[in-house]
Design a protein around this ligand. Structure first.
Ligand code: BJW
Length: 243
């Protein structure tokens, strides 16, 4: 089967799907200018994750960790959603309640593209919460909060993201796994599928009989299992599948 036929077949699968889960990782935001974590130019090529993205790092040196997130907030806040984000928002528009977007991304670009049924399972860098009590700063903040100290209990505030070794929000994760188990088409987009428990979502969809479309720049463990795998930029492949 040639490339044109493969695209046509996958486009039909999208058009005929009853219920779709789109699962996204850093790759979908790469064309917006947000660095990925593990591919060339990725964050973890320049920083040690354990120096910045763990509770231990934050407890040792909260100011350095805040500095890093402040830079990233302003960088991510200046990026715009790309054609890949917009294609998923258009798919949601078409499918309504039968569409769920599960993202590992903390950059809020899906929201800014118009997606509403979004589960941010690794949090959102623009939200700020207390590291000790349940205080939350209202709304999304695109720069450093005026004070990084909790007005309620005096502990450090922190970005509302999930660091290594921290549990994900269990209720949210259960909903994501339930959606993956119930869908008939699962799109895995721009993720290396190396970080657990998120990386188990495609496995659950597969074992429940869903068809899988993978869009990524390089092969992952899912590639041989996928019904269709497209190696290319999400901002080009997704509009071709959804439009
Ligand atoms: C393109 C593209 C283009 C480029 N178009 N594609 C089982 C086994 C081993 C370890 C574990 C395990 N279970 C848990 C662990 C530990 C750990 C883990 O998974 N470690 C592995 C790395 C080994 N997991 C955790 O610690 C998690 N917590 C947990 O399990 O808690 C358990 C617990 C229970 C009860 C009590 C206490 C604890 C938490 C994980 C949190 C992840 N956090 C981060 C940081 C967020 C904050 C921040 O950014 O500062 O989330 S890590 C980072 O990785 C980020 C991402 O969401 C996540 C996934 O990365 P992603 O999106 O896949 O990006 P990349 O860069 O890896 O891949 C991008 C891909 O895109 C590439 O393939 C490119 O080719 C492609 N691409 N351009 C399409 N244009």
């Amino acid at each position: 089967m040639n490339e044109t036929e493969r695209y046509a077949e996958a486009r039909t699968a999208v058009a005929e799907a009853r219920s779709v889960v789109a699962f996204t990782g850093a790759g979908i935001s790469a064309e917006s200018g947000v660095p990925t974590y593990r591919s060339a130019g990725g964050l973890w090529r320049n920083y040690q994750a354990e120096d910045l993205a763990t509770v231990g790092a934050f407890q040792r040196d909260p100011e350095t960790v805040w500095g890093w997130y402040s830079e990233r907030r302003s960088m991510m806040g200046s990026c715009e959603p790309n054609a890949g984000h917009l294609a998923l928002a258009a798919l949601e528009e078409r499918l309504g309640d039968e569409f769920v977007l599960v993202t590992q991304n903390i950059d809020a670009l899906h929201h800014r593209a118009g997606s509403r049924r979004v589960m941010e399972i690794h949090g959102n860098a623009f939200r700020t919460v207390c590291s000790v009590c349940d205080y939350e700063v209202e709304g999304l903040q695109y720069d450093t909060p005026k004070s990084t100290i909790c007005p309620s209990c005096g502990a450090w505030l922190r970005p509302d993201v999930v660091w290594f070794g921290e549990p994900l929000d269990q209720a949210l994760l259960n909903r994501a796994f339930a959606a993956a188990a119930a869908c008939d088409l699962f799109l895995s987009i721009g993720s290396s599928l190396l970080v657990q428990p998120a990386a188990s979502l495609p496995e659950v969809a597969l074992s429940s009989g869903a068809r899988i479309i993978e869009v990524n720049m390089e092969p992952t463990w899912l590639t041989p299992e996928a019904s269709w795998s497209f190696q290319g930029p999400a901002g080009e492949v997704l509009p071709a599948l959804v439009g």
